[in-house]
Design a binder for this molecule. Structure first.
Ligand code: ZN
Length: 342
């Protein structure tokens, strides 16, 4: 087999994937038609998947979110998203979703949760994929609302709801405002992560770790501006969820082949990096393609890619016994696959 085939089959985690960013354009067009959603003038759904900044992207993300309205829609987009993960070799997924985007248009949290959980259960029965859910705070709505949001999540606990994230536009919405929300998340036993240092300063990463008590950093590329923080995070081995293709659209690091690309610098500095796909159909990729990109465009070796895949197990919010078992079985499986590459 060739290297791309081996990388596709390689067992992996997916820890940074947004449900609403994982709706393909065909499904979006069908849901938009089903709910008579008004698209921008002259637009067809597939042409909307083009953007040049995080703000542009978030406009389209909202439009897609608003096309998902009823329980069946949520089941469908969850199932389709996780099915693509299986086709990329994912064995375990922690899936972000953005409840605020649906609450805004009158969809209840109960409705979205029922549909998403059904999709998660169905994929496990049909294809064996284990997935958990991470509702994400929309930081643009401010710290007070974030506390209410975490309380809502806590009031609807389910074994598959294992943590909270913090996303949407980092600029103008620094993490300091979310101390109370993250403290509440910790008190009710939810894991914590936040998007930080993607378009905002490296300080947002430190604040996320030290003030919000985050256990992971989502993106985190601007850490390369802060040598001290880079050294601290290499020492602590806090995991970073990197998404290579996204960097070329939304971050300052647009040339994947550049020797000073943030992901290259982060790896060289010894950070615990995991590889993820963020919003795959909206960027024309899937998880396996991200591993291929690291190999073909960024110069990472097959051994590096194995390390990234196994880092995903360390970074996952699962029990230690499962981590040990997966590390052993996945490691053997990856060695077997890589030995067949010609
Ligand atoms: Zn993200």
């Amino acid at each position: 087999m060739n290297i791309d085939e081996a990388l596709r089959l390689m067992p992996k985690t997916e820890l940074h994937l947004h449900l609403e960013g994982a709706v393909d354009s065909t499904t979006f067009a069908e849901l938009a038609a089903k709910h008579r959603l008004e698209l921008p003038p002259h637009a067809v759904a597939s042409d909307l998947y083009e953007y040049d900044s995080l703000a542009d992207f978030l406009d389209v993300y909202s439009l897609v979110s608003h096309s998902i309205r009823d329980r069946d829609d949520f089941q469908r987009v969850t199932y389709e998203c996780l099915e693509r993960c299986v086709n990329s070799g994912a064995r375990y997924v922690e899936l972000f979703f953005s409840p605020e985007s649906h609450l805004q248009v009158g969809v209840s949290y109960e409705t979205m949760l029922e549909g998403v959980l059904q999709g998660v259960e169905d994929i496990q029965v049909d294809l064996g994929l284990v997935s958990n859910l991470v509702p994400a705070i929309n930081r643009e709505l401010g710290g007070y609302r974030a506390v209410e949001f975490v309380q809502m999540v806590a009031d609807h606990r389910h074994d598959r709801i294992i943590g909270v994230g913090l996303d949407f536009n980092e600029l103008g919405h620094p993490p300091e405002a979310f101390v109370d929300a993250f403290r509440l998340a910790s008190q009710v036993g939810l894991h914590r992560t936040s998007h930080a240092g993607e378009v905002g300063p490296a300080q947002n990463i430190r604040t996320g770790i030290e003030l919000l008590d985050c256990q992971r950093v989502d993106h985190g590329y601007n850490i390369v501006e802060d040598a001290r923080l880079l050294a601290d995070c290499a020492a602590s081995q806090i995991p970073f969820t990197a998404c290579p293709t996204t960097t070329t659209y939304t971050s300052a690091f647009r040339d994947l082949g550049a020797p000073d690309h943030a992901i290259r610098q982060m790896a060289d500095a010894g950070l615990k990096l995991t590889i993820n796909s963020d919003d795959p159909p909206m960027f024309g990729i899937d998880l396996a393609m991200e591993y291929c990109t690291l190999y073909h465009q960024m110069g990472f070796t097959p051994d590096d890619l194995k390390t990234f895949a196994l880092n995903g197990i360390d970074a996952a919010w699962i029990d230690d016994q499962t981590k040990r078992e997966w590390r052993s079985t996945w490691s053997n499986e990856i060695d077997g696959l890589l030995s067949q590459v010609v």
